[in-house]
Design a protein around this ligand. Structure first.
Ligand code: B12
Ligand code: SF4
Length: 479
């Protein structure tokens, strides 16, 4: 008898609509299906926004042996909640967690939940090993399988991190889109207009900013342009997508790959519009020109701060000049310019806040998206916050339980601002910049959106929800 596998995508960012495909879980679903011939049931709580009662009734009417669950760190508390529910419904079910919520705090999650085992890295290979093992053995007999943290009784055992995949094209896959409620994702664009879907085409980043968790390390590994083109052709044919947003850690890390991809998109999918993440020190005139020619309408940048001192303190390896150059290039090619900032690095003070304000005013950037610096587990900033006593060692669980979107204030890492002072400072900076930058006239903005998106822009200006999302999430109304 084959194992019955359920995959759960917990809810995240409930203040917004579900816009982002659960890539990790959906890739594993595809691999399990292809390699083991098991048809997993995918419960996408995030997309459907199921109530707890609804999830309970779904699980009560099903038979299952193994539950896979995962997501970003704000779902830590939801994993604990669902693990409890699952064990109440089916005490024998094995619960395996993964993704950054689990692998950045594996021991903490195991100790504070009914999760049985945690994947310590990429899941593609090791999920097959463990499910194969579970066909014939109890979990406690499988602790030799590499890549997991196991909870056996009160003991936590780690069998080591899984080796990083060497060839993503061969060893990974595209998400099992057909198991997801794609109608929901496609009707809630994240960056573009029309039917917009996100895609992750690489793993790892050669930089090491102190606020960033890098589960895949500094070596950049990527899908080939041919793999990406095949995926895009499939998405275009099956779901008639209009827009694709690359959400990679650092899409531009390998420029040669980007040039090749641009050429192939232009040749094979000429009508596709797309966007990507960028880094101010990696863009050149030639590169941005090639991307624009291939349908790219937006390169987003995490600028973080207008103060060089703060940028250096976070090991950003970007200069204010790089940022100005990136702004100039996006504008030269008529692209959208979603940029985000952060407030509250340990070294933040009145002067650095003033520099950020002046940077925005000088470059005519409305300060739409400014997050509170949050020390997410697995980052240098988190280690420093724990060793410096800002997060008490015996209260790490409480801290992780409190994590949400970084638009919400969680912790003050600065020496010079009080909690309230920091919250007020953020509001004051946004107001200050807004009163001084020259906002586009509505007609001007409309003309720009129409020139980029053509017919897709038709009902955009009547859609209040979408307009609000685009200003609040990354300031995608900035050109
Ligand atoms: C795309 C993305 C987003 C998207 C959407 C993600 C989504 N699907 O919902 C958006 C833009 C919404 C987003 C938001 C945030 N994000 Co984000 N995001 C990412 C990014 C770039 C890619 C995630 C991804 O899909 N990767 C690709 C897939 C294939 O990898 P994966 O999910 O890890 O899955 C693999 C393994 O982990 C494993 N696996 C995963 N799940 C499971 C389950 C089981 C059972 C098993 C066995 C294995 C397994 O197998 C998979 C294949 O190998 C990552 C960066 C990164 N390097 O991961 C950050 C990242 C996950 N985000 C992060 C953060 C902090 C956030 C925010 C909290 C930031 C903020 N500003 O508030 C918000 C959360 C918003 C909220 N409260 O809802 C951090 C997490 C840090 C941490 N310690 O957990 C990361 C790591 C960024 C970083 N480098 O610091 N994010
Ligand atoms: S913030 Fe971006 S550039 Fe910095 S380490 Fe993370 S992925 Fe790389």
């Amino acid at each position: 008898m084959k194992l019955k596998v359920v995959i759960i995508n917990p809810p995240i960012r409930l203040t917004d609509k579900p816009r982002h495909i659960p890539h990790g879980l959906a890739i594993l679903a595809n691999i399990i299906r292809k390699k083991l011939g098991i048809a997993p049931v995918f419960i996408d709580i995030n997309a459907h926004r199921y109530s707890d009662k609804k999830v309970q009734s779904i699980l009560e009417t099903m038979q299952f042996d193994v539950v896979l669950i995962g997501g970003l760190i704000p779902v830590y508390k939801r994993i604990i909640f669902y693990a409890d529910m699952i064990k109440r419904i089916n005490p024998k079910a094995i619960i395996i967690a993964g993704g950054s919520a689990a692998m950045s705090v594996p021991e903490l999650l195991l100790r504070n939940s009914k999760v049985d085992c945690i994947c310590a890295g990429e899941g593609e290979k090791v999920i097959i090993d463990i499910l194969n093992g579970l066909e014939n053995y109890a979990l406690k007999e499988l602790t030799h399988i590499k890549g997991f943290y196991f909870k056996i009784g009160d003991e936590i055992l780690c069998s080591g991190k899984p080796d990083l995949l060497k060839k993503l094209d061969l060893e990974s896959d595209i998400p099992a889109y057909d198991l997801l409620p794609m109608d929901i994702y496609l009707s809630n664009p994240s960056v573009g207009l029309g039917k917009d879907v996100d895609f992750i085409s690489s793993r790892g980043c050669p930089f090491s900013c102190t606020f960033c968790y890098q589960p895949w390390g500094r070596r950049f590994r990527a899908h080939s342009p041919d793999f990406i083109i095949d995926a895009l052709k499939y998405l275009k044919k099956r779901y008639r997508i209009d827009f694709l947003s690359f959400q990679d850690d650092e899409f531009l890390a390998d420029r040669k790959r980007v040039y090749e991809l641009c050429e192939k998109i232009g040749k094979h999918i000429p009508n596709l519009l797309w966007s990507c993440t960028g880094r101010a020190n990696l863009v050149t005139d030639e590169l941005v020109g090639a991307m624009k020619n291939a349908g790219c309408v937006s390169i987003s940048y995490g600028f973080e701060s207008g103060s060089q001192r703060i940028l250096d303190s976070m090991n950003k390896k970007v200069t204010i000049n790089d940022m100005q150059n990136a702004i100039m290039l996006n504008r030269k090619y008529g692209m959208m310019l979603p940029v985000s900032f952060m407030i509250g690095m340990p070294e933040e003070d009145e002067e650095s806040c003033r520099e950020t304000v002046e940077f925005c005013v000088r470059n005519n950037i409305p300060l739409r998206s400014m997050m509170f610096v949050t020390p997410y587990p697995g980052t240098q900033l988190f280690e420093d916050a724990v060793s410096g006593g800002r997060i008490e060692r015996n209260k790490i669980h409480d801290f992780v339980m409190s994590l949400e979107d970084a638009r919400d204030f969680t912790i003050n890492l600065t020496d010079v601002f009080t909690d309230e002072g920091l919250i007020l400072k953020r509001a004051e900076m946004i107001k200050n910049v807004c009163s001084r930058v020259k906002l586009e006239s509505k007609e001007h903005y409309k003309a720009k959106v129409e020139s980029l998106f053509g017919d897709l822009a038709n009902d955009y200006f009547e859609n209040e929800v979408l307009l609000k999302h685009r200003t609040e999430h990354g300031g995608m109304d900035i050109f």
